[in-house]
Design a protein around this ligand. Structure first.
Ligand code: SF4
Ligand code: SF4
Length: 152
């Protein structure tokens, strides 16, 4: 995302959440935890099974890693990015996430509408088309399941 929103507070490098057991990283969305990224992390507290970590390369709120991973350079690029309180990207990430949520809500409404076409229509072509749309919408919704799309 645009660099202009970053106020260089360094908080995102102090509150990185990871599930070491399941090799999951909660950073720019839910991601696989690469060993190289794991090696940068120092656990500072626990939230259940999740470790809250700071990066060993953060000094005086500045990154000192000459080989900063791409994932850090891009962060926060995802509407599902985990951003700390008062991060300059809060509004941007929120509005991007809202766009996806709205699309999913619309798809859920359409699934109901197309479902009624299938149930009330004797026209096989129309029913087949409706089934195809429902499947495609469900696939899209499912893509965001780990972020809670079933409840949006
Ligand atoms: S928390 Fe947000 S504002 Fe602070 S350094 Fe990270 S990206 Fe920039
Ligand atoms: S490598 Fe740099 S940008 Fe990435 S988490 Fe560590 S301190 Fe932050």
């Amino acid at each position: 995302m645009e660099d202009t929103f970053c106020n260089k507070c360094g908080e995102c490098c102090k509150h990185i959440k990871a599930d070491f057991e399941n090799k999951k990283l909660f950073f720019d969305g839910i991601q696989d935890l690469e060993d190289s990224f794991k090696d940068m992390l120092i656990e500072t507290s626990k939230e259940g099974n999740i470790s809250v970590c700071r990066c060993k390369y953060l000094q005086n709120n500045l990154c000192t890693n000459n080989e900063k991973p791409d994932i850090c350079t891009r962060y926060p690029s995802s509407p599902f990015a985990f951003i700390p309180e008062n991060c300059g990207y809060t509004g941007k990430v929120f509005s991007e996430l809202e766009k996806i949520k709205q699309k999913i809500r619309k798809f859920k409404e359409e699934i109901i509408d197309y479902g009624s076409i299938i149930n009330s229509n004797g026209n096989k072509n129309e029913s087949r088309h409706a089934e195809w749309i429902i499947k495609s919408h469900e696939k899209f919704i499912d893509k965001y399941k780990e972020y809670g799309s079933q409840d949006w």
